[in-house]
Design a protein around this ligand. Structure first.
Ligand SMILES: *Cc1c(COP(=O)(O)O)cnc(C)c1O
Length: 375
């Protein structure tokens, strides 16, 4: 089965990892610091905090912002459940806003309709790799005590109007899962424009341990002394994996270029079919494409999905609307709440897209889709 996504690991990655395995540091060590400064440079921020997954990055980001019971987090239903569930874990109330039909990203008008005095965060997702509508969302949160968070699990290396993903929102999270644009096996990171948020994120992922003399309540006890002021967890990314991430970063530009090429090949090959909606790129957006999201609007999504799977094409559907999950349905979230996102989901199929995919693989998928539609 041709997968819908796959990591690209080369000899250099293998060498980077094996070198760390025989060094003094298996976990937090020099490679974590290197990888974090490289990520910060890419994102255009003063720092980055690596963690053990994209889910951990979202949990850490929300904890660093300080959300809890009584706070509301507005997000999209067209995402992986973790964008919402990590806020729920902290006791916040998740409020869903609808998406725009072109990019599948949060619709500022829909967000505007659900903002309240309790909205602490608006969490957009760069669906498929396409950056969120930053101008539209910024305008909404500017005069409030509300931060803009960007779940950039799909979009590392992308930019909008020349600004890199990582500097577009107040807080941005990444995932380094193997199907994503860059991998550390499992891994993720948080970047933020406010150094205080970064500091809180670093403390949270390290069990809340404080060792900075300026921040400790007592500092004269001895060199062993540290203090815990707030709850935290162990989300530390091992040095072994940071070395893999750092080496992968040297090829991110190539990954992005190849993903762009393949994305374009699908769009050219599938053009001119009335039943299909192809993913557009808005002016100013320079996406690192994670998904090729094809939509079929004649009601035959399930049939086309099965047709492709039956022919060895490992297609996916991204995403089941988050509030359809029993976790949220049981809390009273109603189907029909975000009709555009639900329609997007009902029409969507993610076609294979990864740097080592061959042109001939893309052509085979195009032929199968065209054959299915009878043209
Ligand atoms: C993959 C993903 C996550 C979670 O990342 P993991 O590394 O798998 O925990 C969060 N949000 C989105 C949009 C994702 O695609």
């Amino acid at each position: 089965m041709l997968p819908y996504g796959r990591q690209s690991v080369d000899d250099g990655d293998v060498a980077a990892v094996s070198e760390v395995l025989t060094s003094d540091w298996l976990t937090t060590g020099p490679w974590v610091r290197t990888f974090e400064s490289e990520l910060a440079e890419l994102a255009g921020t003063q720092g980055a905090v690596t963690v053990t997954s994209g889910t951990a990055a979202l949990h850490t980001a929300y904890a660093a912002i300080g959300i809890g019971p009584g706070d509301e987090v507005v997000t999209t239903p067209l995402t992986f459940v973790a964008t919402a569930s990590t806020a729920t874990m902290l006791g916040a109330t998740v409020v869903f806003a609808d998406v725009t039909p072109d990019t599948g990203n949060l619709d500022p008008d829909s967000v505007s309709a659900v903002l309240t005095d309790r909205t602490r965060v608006v969490s957009g997702v760069d669906y498929g790799g396409h950056p969120i509508d930053v101008a539209g969302l910024r305008g909404l949160v500017a005069d409030r005590d509300t931060l803009l968070l960007e779940d950039a699990a799909h979009s590392i290396g992308g930019s909008l109007d020349g600004t890199p993903v990582g500097s577009l929102a107040d807080v941005t999270t990444f995932s380094f899962f193997p199907t994503k644009n860059l991998t550390t096996a499992e891994g993720g990171a948080v970047v933020a424009t406010d150094p205080e948020v970064l500091r809180r994120a670093a403390t949270f992922r390290n069990i809340g341990m404080v060792k900075d003399p300026d921040r400790m309540q007592r500092s004269d006890e001895g060199a062993w002394w540290y203090e815990v002021h707030e709850l935290g967890v162990n989300y530390r990314l091992p040095d072994v994996l940071a070395a893999l991430g750092s080496n992968q970063l040297t090829r991110l530009g190539r990954f992005k270029a190849r993903r762009t090429e393949l994305h374009r090949r699908y769009t050219e090959g599938l053009a001119g079919l009335d039943e299909l909606v192809l993913p557009p790129t808005r002016d100013g957006a320079d996406p690192t494409w994670h998904l090729y999201s094809l939509r079929i609007r004649d009601g035959r999504r399930r049939a086309l999905f099965d047709h492709l799977r039956d022919h060895g094409i490992g297609v996916q559907v991204n995403y089941i609307p988050v509030y359809w999950h029993p976790l949220y349905a049981a809390q009273g979230y109603q189907r029909g709440m975000c009709p555009v996102a639900e329609e997007y989901y009902e029409q969507e199929i993610s076609l294979p897209l990864f740097p080592d995919l061959l042109d001939s693989d893309v052509d085979r998928v195009i032929e199968l889709v065209r054959g299915f539609l009878g043209g």
